[in-house]
Design a protein around this ligand. Sequence first.
Ligand SMILES: NC(=O)c1ccc[n+]([C@@H]2O[C@H](COP(=O)([O-])OP(=O)(O)OC[C@H]3O[C@@H](n4cnc5c(N)ncnc54)[C@H](O)[C@@H]3O)[C@@H](O)[C@H]2O)c1
Length: 338
Amino acid sequence: MHVQTYTISDTTTHFYFDAQLELLQQLAPVHSTFIITDEHILSHHGNKLEQWPVISIPPGEASKNLSVVEYIVDRLMTLDAGRDATIVGIGGGCVTDIAGFVAAIYKRGVKCGLVPTSILAMVDAALGGKSGVDTGNYKNMIGAIRQPSYILYDYSLLESLPEAEWINGFAEIIKHACILDENMFSYLQRHFMEDFRRDPVLLAALVEQNVTLKMTVVEKDELETGIRKWLNFGHTLGHAIENVYELPHGHAVSIGMVFAAGLSASMLGFDRAKDIEQLLHKYHLPAHFEFDPEIALHHMQQDKKRTGNAISFVLLERIGAAIVKPLPVSEIAQYLHS
Ligand SMILES: NC(=O)c1ccc[n+]([C@@H]2O[C@H](COP(=O)([O-])OP(=O)(O)OC[C@H]3O[C@@H](n4cnc5c(N)ncnc54)[C@H](O)[C@@H]3O)[C@@H](O)[C@H]2O)c1
């Protein structure tokens, strides 16, 4: 195990890499820790969580809503969780998003620890303090930005992760490479997802490299007024179609990245859109999806990145260098219909 810390605003987050879930026994006192997880994690790893009160929710995006938040708050009150409580979210990005949000609002805020169990949560969702829930088909409309106290990485938890979820997670890894790291992009081109599934050392190095990439951005811009916006590459269209068409998050982001790479080609002369599409294909991710442009446009207009009549789109100048460009809705509509 090795430990790394990042201090953002007034919170220091400890990252316990290559750790074991059993470390929770030291980090999470039984009398004040409340675990939030989902039914899949509970069925695979529940035997390691027996000493704490566990609140389990149904898996997946359908649980990211205010009714589930209310259910969790009720359970916390029944369990007599006080202001000294720590909420520990153990699961994929849906669980870490909900747990982080409940920790931000329960009794005006209690401590939070996270144990990401999917690739997507390990490299992205658990990092940087953003949490939230959806309202209907609109993604992450209600949420908070608040850093967790610790994040524990136990790579052995990935043994139960279904292949489809490995694939999902690589969408965010490819996103990081596209916007921040050309070397990682080439490295991913030379490998296959199966290499990382087979080799825990290779996987740990890739996860930790992605944590460094994301946390370096968050350190500079926690509240997303500048460079953190780059992390939304692929997400503007991705979020607009994810819930309406019930797409896995990684698939939606993958389709969104191909769209944004195409926009980058037509607006900035970006010449590697084909390479991005091929890399996504190599990692079993979809490049295209038949969606209704009007539905997508409607949802994009509800996006948090809209100001007035323009939507901020993250585009690529080259691999490893993104920019944010406000695009008039009419221009996006034209491109969506082309
Ligand atoms: N807060 C952020 O900064 C941020 C960033 C990226 C994505 N997200 C959010 O993350 C969510 C997607 O994350 P996700 O794909 O991890 O979602 P998820 O939590 O739904 O996990 C995907 C599926 O894998 C299962 N699973 C997870 N780990 C497992 C394991 N070790 N063994 C067996 N099954 C396991 C879950 O039960 C679920 O069925 C989206 O809601 C997205 O908006 C948030």
